[in-house]
Design a binder for this molecule. Structure first.
Ligand code: SF4
Length: 326
């Protein structure tokens, strides 16, 4: 039975990036790119919330902004009664132990000169947790949990394969006993056979350690496999959200249908109509008026060009932002 109080709540989150002219910052800000726009979502303890969309939809920026790795322009990220967006860096550090991230390429966030044992022990040393022997013990236990060998403790990250590196990325996220992990495309760069191993490890560890996951991906099959609930993102906003089974059984937003239409197996089984996307995702520097999807939507009307559709719950726990679905 789900706890009615979400462990993490995001309310009207917004992230704008300044764009500078030919003279860089000296010339002043030329414009702003609205990478994340009015994103609201709730994540419940122990669940996996999948955030899915094309590249450029703002899903990774949403994840980074929730964690405070990118500063929010406005909005709230509520965790344990605190709005993380308002906290100073020092105050935020107290909560960062509970909220960790697994990156697509863990290598980019790891110092290649450090041995794997040292990389994993480092956060414990920074937070002054345990004596040397306890820390080592914890690292050896964690290596086993993620399917690495004890001898990896003495090796370097560049000696690992892609799948092993992602296991290390997961171990690094787990070392501080977090409550929530934001996984940003953690299997996108891996072969399909390795992808399923990593997804299964995440699922097993989630059950064992009672973790809550926010899982960011562009892969429809992956999000369907791993998520309890799914949010569909387009051009910085969530356009549809629902329980995974409901959403996949009856997608309502034309963009969701278009995304699902691109998966041949799924198309055969569940979709009555095929929606083919026209053109590219528009630049967030110059977003369309009204419904952000109207330039690519086969059902767009005059109203869609002028009026922004609001997110409405149309069935139990199934919300959508589209004039057509009213
Ligand atoms: Fe298409 Fe209009 Fe719905 Fe937007 S509001 S998805 S343009 S039908």
């Amino acid at each position: 039975m789900r706890n009615e109080q979400p462990i993490l709540e995001v309310i009207s989150l917004e992230k704008k990036f300044p764009v500078y002219g030919a003279f860089g910052k000296i010339g002043g800000t030329k414009a702003y790119v609205n990478a994340v726009k009015n994103v609201s979502l709730k994540v419940y303890e122990g669940e996996t919330y999948g955030l899915v969309g094309e590249s450029g939809s703002g899903k990774s920026t949403t994840g980074r902004t929730i964690l405070g790795l990118t500063e929010a322009t406005s909005g709230q990220v509520l965790y344990q009664g605190h709005n993380l967006v308002e906290l100073s860096k020092k105050e935020l550090r107290k909560f960062r132990r509970d909220l960790q991230m697994v990156f697509q390429d863990p290598f980019s966030s790891l110092d290649p000169r450090q041995k794997i044992g040292d990389l994993l022990e480092e956060p414990l040393i920074i937070h002054r947790l345990g004596e040397k022997k306890e820390r080592q013990q914890k690292v050896f236990q964690l290596l086993k949990k993620v399917g690495l060998q004890p001898e990896h403790y003495f090796r370097y990250s560049h000696e690992l394969s892609g799948g092993q590196r992602q296991r290390l990325g997961i171990a690094r996220a787990l070392i501080m006993n977090p409550k929530i992990i934001i996984c940003d495309e953690p299997v996108s760069a891996l072969d399909v056979s390795i992808q399923s191993q990593i997804l299964n490890i995440l699922k097993e560890l989630q059950g064992e350690l009672k973790l809550t996951l926010l899982f960011i991906t562009h892969d429809i099959s992956v999000v369907r496999y791993i998520s309890d609930r799914v949010g569909i993102m387009y051009l910085g906003t969530i356009v549809e959200e629902g329980m995974t089974d409901d959403l996949f059984a009856r997608p309502l937003h034309p963009y969701t249908k278009a995304l699902f239409s691109a998966v041949p197996d799924f198309l055969k089984k569940s979709l009555k109509e095929r929606v083919i996307l026209k053109g590219e995702i528009p630049s967030p520097l110059n977003p369309p008026s009204g419904c952000l999807f109207h330039t690519r939507c086969p059902y767009a009307t005059e109203r869609c060009r002028n009026e922004i559709p609001v997110m409405r719950e149309v069935e139990s726990e199934h919300s959508v932002a589209c004039h057509l679905v009213e």
